[in-house]
Structure formats: C-alpha cells, structure tokens
Write a protein that binds this ligand. Structure first.
Ligand code: C5P
Length: 294
C-alpha cells in the first residue's frame, strides 16, 4: 500500500497530499488539546464543516472544499493560506468580554470583525488592518475581499443557525489565495465547526460548542451532534432555502421554525437520537443510509 505524504499536523487536523496536484486531503482528528481528545469530534466536525461549506458555496462564497471522502476526510483545493484568523462577533463572549469588560451575552451594537496574526509562538496576537498591510500579510485588495466575504458568511450562517434554534455568537474563519492560471482569488479555507464557533441555544443560551470542553461543562459530543443535526432540520424544508444579502437571518428564523424550536438542546438531542433509531429500524435503513457513515 502506498503511504501518503503528510504536509502538516495541527491540533485538530492533519493535511495530506491530495490525489492530484493542487489538492489536499484534510483528516479531522478527535484531539481537543495536545493531551485531551473528544471521541467522535472529528467525524462530527467533518460533517458539519462539509454542510456549512456546501451551503456557502451554493450562495456563491468561494471555498476550498471539494467533497467529503469518508467519515474523517475531505478533499480540498490547495491554497496559499493568509496568516490571519478572522474573528466575527455578534454577541460579547470569550476574549472580547475579558479584554473590554463587557458582560458575556451582551448583544453587540453591530457585528465586529477582528484579526489575529496566525503565529503559535506569539499566541496569535490581535492585529489591526494597518499591521496586516504594512507587514504584507495581505494587500488592501485582499482585505477588501476578506471583509466582504466575511460579512456575507456571518449574515448567511447567522440565519441558517437561527432557523435551527441556535445563536451564532462568534466564529473564526481563515482564507487562502487560490491560483487559477494567472488569476488569484480569495477563498474560504480551513473549517467551520463548533471548534471554531460559539453557538448558543436560542432559548436557554446553553453552550453547544468547544466552550463545553474549555469550561469543563461535559456533554461535548451531545452538543456537537445537536449542531450536526441542524443539517437535517434545514434539509427537511428545502422550500425555505432562500436568502438575500439583507435580513437573511430573519428569513431563516421565521420560515424554518422546526418542530423542536423552543426546546433545550438536550431535548432536541434526545429527539434527534429517537429519529435516528427510527431510521435505523429494520426496513428503514436502506432509505437513509446513503454514502458514508452518518
Ligand atoms: O477566544 P475568543 O473569544 O477570541 O474566540 C472568538 C471565536 O474564535 C470563538 O468562536 C473561538 O472558538 C474562535 N477561535 C478559534 N481559534 C482560535 C481563536 C479563536 O477558532 N485560535
């Protein structure tokens, strides 16, 4: 058997050389930190990221995603990663609350975009647009594209999640340069998952993201499963999959109130498990089990 070449290993993912030039394979690990793992996290993040990237592609946001290969792997286009973490905040939480003394949960007067320089040794410091262009990490034109894409991503994902009873509190995205012949365009890269987003239950504000692990709250896999199941809730009502640049989140919220809306994420997780057991009942499996693992 041919051994594939590893390009890079991070905390949550491994990148391998892809089957063709210009492609890579992303392997999603279960690791939460260097020492701790959350069993099954990689499988769920692979699914969630696949779904979100596909939906974003469908509204015209260019991404590096090509296809999911199996439970833990995706085929992606090789891009030149811009060394920035782009953070969007809709509600105060995490480092913003600590840094500025704003109570967690305070709705921000407008969405805020922050940038961190990707550098482990320096602990990804917060930087300004001035630093980014002065040090050549991105050009002013790159930054314009990044901001425009980030605003669209935030608008679309806020609506998508709210329609499934989840608040998008904040998230981190990364971008890369994709070269096609002589042309370059900025595309969304990396992943979007509960590892890189803060997601709260819309009624109870229960955390459904990596903060459950960071703050030792337990129920990490249940919360990630619940986020993964929002994919099914959205699929169940294709007729309301429309969007506009303005007010997307409200369109989604109004049109896609699911049967489980208003219930806590634990109740919805129980319902998702029940539905799953019904689907797996004898005679039902073939209808639902298409492709890879669920
Ligand atoms: O920690 P902080 O509040 O700055 O995080 C803001 C958002 O960015 C959170 O959703 C967090 O999960 C994400 N983030 C990330 N990777 C980092 C830093 C932050 O995914 N290195």
């Amino acid at each position: 058997m041919k051994r594939r070449r590893m390009i890079y290993e991070g905390k949550a993912k491994i990148l391998y050389e892809g089957p063709e030039p210009g492609t890579l394979i992303t392997y999603f690990k279960d690791d939460a930190t260097k020492k701790a793992t959350i069993e099954g996290k990689g499988v769920l993040n692979n699914r969630i990221s696949e779904y979100l990237m596909t939906q974003l592609n469908a509204i015209g946001v260019p991404t590096h995603f090509v296809k999911r290969l199996n439970m833990r792997e995706q085929l992606v286009k090789e891009v030149e990663i811009i060394p920035l973490e782009v953070i969007v905040r809709n509600i105060a939480a995490g480092s913003l609350s600590k840094r500025l003394g704003i109570e967690e949960g305070t709705a921000l007067p407008r969405s805020i975009i922050e940038y961190c320089y990707k550098n482990d040794a320096l602990h990804d410091p917060l930087v300004s647009e001035e630093h980014i262009t002065a040090f050549g990490w991105a050009t002013p034109q790159d930054l314009d594209d990044i901001v425009n894409l980030t605003i669209r991503i935030n608008d679309f994902l806020s609506g998508l999640f709210l329609g499934a009873g989840i608040k998008l509190v904040d998230f981190k995205v990364e971008f890369g340069r994709l070269w096609e012949n002589d042309y370059m365009r900025i595309v969304l890269a990396d992943e979007i998952s509960p590892d890189s987003c803060r997601l709260w239950d819309v009624t109870t504000n229960e955390k459904m993201d990596k903060d459950r692990f960071r703050r030792d709250l337990g129920g990490v896999v249940e919360a990630y499963s619940e986020v993964a199941s929002c994919r099914n809730r959205c699929k169940a009502r294709p007729e309301v999959r429309f969007w506009s640049n303005e007010g997307t989140r409200f369109c989604y919220a109004e049109k896609r109130r699911s049967r489980s809306a208003g219930k806590s994420h634990r109740q919805r997780a129980a319902r998702a498990r029940l539905c799953w057991r019904r689907r797996c009942a004898p005679g039902q499996g073939d209808r639902y089990r298409t492709g890879g693992a669920r």
